[in-house]
Design a protein around this ligand. Structure first.
Ligand code: E4P
Length: 216
């Protein structure tokens, strides 16, 4: 399972990239606003921090506008992945861009049928929003399960990028289901490393090691 971090905070990205476990980054207009940085500048910086795909989202809502923005965004770096919303215009744009060899992440997916359309449009990634689905009384993990089944039925190559991940159980369940990628805020990724018994175990080993008086 690939790990993407869902942030435009370059300090957090650099720190996670250091672990060697980071496969890519996703951003969205809200995360860019939160960073307080210039979209083009921060995206370029992020693209230099990771080798994998960096999703940069268009803000136009019509096909011509999306294509115009994608032209600008894809020149930032080779690892830019153009993020488009799951609308008719978004999928039209997806089809055109992937046909030209550009990576596309189709975002704001809330149904398996939408995911089917995105795969038919040749999306590189489909982003079903697990947490926001849960927030509205639907089971976000069921959505991932349905998409996995449908993509496997037809051997679609579109990668399932489980998004809007809120806690470690979401990550665990997405891994069980077989999502190809998950994107989560830095805090959720940091929490994956933690276990109280790991901390306790280290404490015990260190105390016993000190008794030996040895060094390595
Ligand atoms: C996906 O690419 C989105 O940026 C993101 O996962 C949305 O998550 P949220 O629901 O926590 O805002």
């Amino acid at each position: 399972m690939k790990f993407f971090v869902d942030t435009a905070d370059t300090k957090e990205i650099a720190e996670l990239a250091e672990t060697g476990l980071l496969d890519g980054v996703t951003t969205n207009p809200s995360l860019i606003a939160k960073s307080g940085r210039n979209f083009m500048e921060v995206t370029k910086e992020i693209c230099g921090l990771v080798d994998g795909p960096v999703s940069a989202e268009v803000v136009a809502l019509d096909h011509a506008g999306m294509m115009r923005e994608a032209e600008i965004l894809r020149k930032i770096a080779d690892n830019v992945c153009i993020k488009v919303p799951l609308t008719v215009d978004g999928l039209k744009t997806c089809k055109k861009l992937t046909g030209d060899g550009t990576m596309v992440n189709v975002t704001l997916c809330f149904s398996a049928n939408q995911a089917l359309l995105a795969a038919k449009a040749g999306a590189s990634f489909i982003s079903p929003f697990v947490g926001r689905h849960d927030d509205n009384g639907f089971d976000g993990l069921d959505l991932i399960r349905d998409i996995r089944l449908i993509y496997d039925n037809y051997a679609f190559e579109t990668e399932i990028l489980a998004a809007s991940i809120r806690h470690p159980i979401h990550v665990l369940e997405c891994a069980r289901i077989g999502a190809d990628v998950m994107t989560a805020p830095p805090a959720v990724i940091h929490n994956l490393f933690k276990h109280v018994l790991t901390d306790k175990g280290i404490e015990g080993f260190m105390a016993d090691w000190a008794k030996t008086g040895q060094t390595i």
